[in-house]
Design a protein around this ligand. Structure first.
Ligand code: ADP
Ligand code: MG
Length: 361
């Protein structure tokens, strides 16, 4: 469906895409992952000519997109795009947003377009919001409207650019569920995302982008489970972990909680598990005799559905989670009650507690 060869894009002196090659077949769901600033958005924007590539070739169903003789608007209409920030028209109702393209670009009868829009709203679970205005909706529903609007143009492929990054963590899953249904129905999609559990579950292939090229690609089990190239390995290791360093009592608990919530959202952890992690970490920190040098690390092991919490604190030997160890034995019991397993180790001058929390599914 799409063939890309030697795609390059430069902005002045900055060469962002340095020769991207790939092939996307009909019905594939491609997740595009990689560090920020590596050109994922630019690549998507080149695919539907929101950016003009500097050189290279893009074939859509065999037709060269960059050939001056090509009817670009027609080719572009075959591709839908969903953005991080929804890009809905504030002055139009939900229905108005969805029918605008079909009426003005595809020449549909307004009544026909409206009937189709209502079907699509039902598909994304928003049949009752046809007459609402974007400002009356929160992020999750807004993004579902944006997806319905995109579907109204009958695209053959949909390009998603971080569709859940601007959402409150509580609204990520409703949008992912809509995308998952599209995948099930066989829609061809390219999705730039940081939701790794989601990417692993729904993709047919994963492209890891780094240094302006597709550095490694493969089935999700390989890219997430056993990537071959060092850059991919380092990236996968990094995104699976959350680390937080505390240097004094005035640490920012709210910032830490925010990071834990984002970590949970990234791995699509259930709200109950995120709640457990938040209180667990707070109790664990409160139990430390000193917060002068405490390192916290959270890692999610997809295979066995457990979150590993490692708390490493510099100080005299002490297992704060040993029963009867602390004045606040209730806190110890609260922490232990939320964990499946607790281990203690002494590493150099540090006390290291490792806790395993089963993700409630
Ligand atoms: P990603 O989506 O992977 O985070 P982007 O594709 O947004 O990264 O950006 C890649 C690089 O291209 C960044 O360094 C960014 O600053 C640069 N860039 C993107 N768009 C433009 C533009 N219109 N003009 C100049 N530089 C740009
Ligand atoms: Mg981007």
């Amino acid at each position: 469906m799409i063939t890309v060869r030697g795609l390059r894009k430069r902005f002045g002196d900055l060469e962002v895409l340095k020769g991207v090659d790939c092939e996307i077949r009909k019905g594939e769901v491609i997740s595009l992952i990689g560090p920020s600033g590596t050109g994922k958005s630019v690549f998507l924007r080149c695919l539907n000519l929101l950016e003009r590539p500097t050189s290279g070739e893009i074939l859509i169903g065999g037709q060269p997109l960059l050939d001056p003789a090509t009817d670009v608007p027609a080719l572009r209409r075959r591709m839908g795009m969903v953005f991080q920030h929804f890009n809905l028209y504030a002055h139009l109702s939900v229905l108005g947003n969805i029918t605008l393209g079909p009426v003005h670009l595809l020449g549909r009868e307004p009544a026909v377009a409206a009937a189709r829009a209502r079907e699509l709203l039902a598909l994304v679970g928003l049949a009752h919001k046809a007459d609402a205005y974007p400002d009356q909706l929160s992020g999750g529903p807004k993004q579902r409207v944006a997806i319905a609007r995109c579907l109204a143009m009958d695209p053959e492929i949909i390009l998603f650019d971080e569709p859940t990054s601007a959402l409150d963590p509580t609204m990520v899953s409703e949008v992912l569920a809509v995308i998952r249904n599209l995948a099930r129905d066989g829609m061809t999609m390219v999705i730039v995302t940081h939701e790794m559990a989601f990417a692993e579950a729904i993709s047919t292939r994963v492209f890891y982008m780094d240094g302006g090229e597709i550095h490694e690609e493969g089935p999700p089990a390989v890219i997430f489970g056993a990537p071959r190239r060092p850059l991919t390995q380092a990236f996968i290791r990094r995104i699976r972990r959350l680390t937080f360093q505390i240097t004094d009592d005035a640490y920012d608990l709210y910032a830490l909680n925010g990071e834990i919530e984002r970590f949970g959202a990234r791995h699509v952890l259930p709200p109950k598990t995120i709640e457990d992690l938040l209180s667990l970490v707070e109790e664990l920190l409160a139990l430390q005799p000193s917060r002068a040098d405490v390192r916290l690390e959270l890692a999610y092991a997809e295979r066995d559905g457990r979150v590993e919490v490692v708390c490493s604190a510099r100080g005299a030997p002490l297992d704060v989670l040993a029963p009867g160890s602390a004045e606040d034995d209730l806190a110890v019991r609260l922490v232990r009650g939320r964990t499946e397993e607790v281990r203690y180790a002494r590493e150099g001058e540090r006390n290291v507690s490792t806790l395993l929390v089963r993700a409630a599914r």
